[in-house]
Design a protein around this ligand. Sequence first.
Ligand code: F6P
Length: 500
Amino acid sequence: MNDAWSAVEGAETRPLLDLFQADPDRLQRLTVDEAGIRFDFSKTHLDQRLLSAFVALADAQDLAGARERFFSARQINVTEGRAAEHTAERGQGAPDSVARAQGLHARTRALIDAIEAEAFGPVRHILHIGIGGSALGPDFVVDALGRDAARYDVAVVSNVDGAALEEAVEDFDPEATLLVIASKTFTTIETMLNARSALAWMEEAGVADPYGRVIALTASPERAIEFGVDETRILPFSETVGGRYSLWSSIGFPAALALGWSAFEELLEGAAAMDRHFRLAPLDRNAPVLAAFVDRYYANARGAQTRAVFAYDERLRLLPSYLQQLEMESNGKSVRIDGSPVGRATSQITWGGVGTDAQHAVFQLLHQGTHLAPVEFVAAIEPGHALAPEHHRQLLINCFAQGAALMAGKAADDPARSYPGDRPSTTILLDRVDPATLGALIAFYEQRTFANAVLLGINPFDQFGVELGKQMAKALGGEGDLSFDPSTQALIARAFGDQI
Ligand code: F6P
């Protein structure tokens, strides 16, 4: 395995423009068209030798075996002793798991039918309360697809800062609001506090039975019942579906309700198409695997600490934040599955923004700065607006020009006006932003994250790193007896006096 890593980390590559000249088939070799999406890896330093070295590494790490264990519901999340079964939610997995997921989907669908039939009285607004994986997925999907299509106003509230909830309900009629509480564990402090405050907001407004307007999305139904939610309004999902992978489960409920069940089904089908590609395509023609090779090459052979993702489409503006949790919570680890140190860089720091705005803010560093930051451009051929076609033409032209400029660079007599070039980028071009294509895009990112983890030998499905901060917050709030450093104690005294 170390030899396989040495071959990758020690690979000598040539400048990008030379690679294009040396191989007339390069573009075709490094382009994958799948599920309505073009993945163009040709502006990265992958070449035939590097690709072979990566395929050898993938073999040494048994990527093919890990993929099969994953899809067949083996306990690959070893630190938590369970399988990772989010793909079963979209019909790809062990038959029992798929059947169970389908049963739960039927329950979600029935509840949506009841809401549409006004069994809850009039509903115009959906107030979705959750955080992390219980918020980012539905928020992203509703924002991307619901602009013209949403049948309800949807507000997603995650932050415990009361300003977030206050602002979200400003234009909501409490009598016409459905309160959706999303939490896998049903213990997350921020979510529980926001949920109680939202119920209080309804009560104060005179809503007769606020609890009667609550839907709970959770893998811990017993805690939701304890909280006061009626069993018939709890939409459970399996413990084997991780928070950041839970969009496909009942956590996707606000998207399914706002966009309609058939749109939600198309989202699932698009994701399933990408799953099949990931499962069946040869490694060197496999979009998520090639993307993982690119990630590992720049992180491990070139020392890149970050990866920048720019969505050249307003509908995809939440993609970078969605990816931050998916990638950094999954692969921001230091030890392998067996507990030994990984000994090399794991997850890059994912950051990014929206094009063209980012061009006028952060691209200076990308073109001339001292950091190597591989860039990912994500755009769609069909526009999402009815304004003059020139808007979309300019958007796409700018996107493509940036990738070309990063790669080509430009020499000048004045060093301040020189561009070194040879800076890598990947372009992901969607035919359109519709449910199926978006589902495929998100599944691509999930599978790429998994492929990265397998190459590194780490478990992408736990997240113990977030626990200590939670414990400390509890202790600070008086529920524990941890002691604190002088700086923290002084901050507490300054903010609260002795009132904490
Ligand atoms: O703190 C991290 C985390 O556990 C995420 O993994 C999860 O998506 C989020 O908190 C919310 O957790 P829950 O859905 O249990 O409220």
